[in-house]
Design a protein around this ligand. Sequence first.
Ligand code: GLP
Length: 258
Amino acid sequence: MKEYTPSVEIVGSAAAAAERAAERIIAWMSNRSPLTLGLATGATMTPLYARLVAAHRAGLISFREVTSFNLDEYVGVAAGSPASFHRYMQDHLLEHVDIEAARARIPNGMADDVAAEAASYEEQIAASGGIDLLLLGIGANGHIGFNEPGSNFASRTREVSLDETTRIANAGGFSDLASVPRRAITMGVATILEARHILLIATGSEKAAAVAAAIEGPIGSACPASALRLHRNVEIICDEQAAAALATWPQKKDRRRA
Ligand code: GLP
């Protein structure tokens, strides 16, 4: 297993991280078409998607030739539910850009047969030619997608159980903790590592331990994000709070103040 050093860029604020990530994606999209994107949900992504929507409105980028695959979805939450990742993607990106609806894929957490849905999702990714650029957030416990600690690095799209800490972190979209799903469908670690390029964004102090474990800790399933060091093309954009526990900080940083 060859280990690679990801490019780590540390900026002054969450807004600056979204701005920098948007710049990278806009530059990426302007040079490549057609393009298959991997997309993430979560609070970290919201200001980034706002910038991509603004760039689309300004005529800088088009999604006409884009196929997208979201990382994950809750099992048992309908697409129309306000807490679904389907709804999140519509609200924050898909409804506001010129993507062809049928080309914006999100795992179906309401499938009768989730294993069949997962297998079909893998086939669809392969049929699209694979993911060119995958956006990732990181969980406070080091998860990527919904690959919780303990996830095998050979894992593919599948149904998983959510950690209690993840359910608590994600409870905001639900009426109470009891309503937060216990299961999800997620791209696997191996599926993620097959993307040609990966851009991970981490902001806020609650991500600091996970960022340090991912970049400087042992590579292993205890921190699923550490698998990213097995990939040769990973860029990580963090704000200073999320970078605060890096032992090699500030030497590693390419500081761009907001
Ligand atoms: C979510 C998603 C992840 C996301 C992470 C962090 O539950 N499954 O794909 O990266 O947790 O989310 P946030 O950006 O809200 O902190």
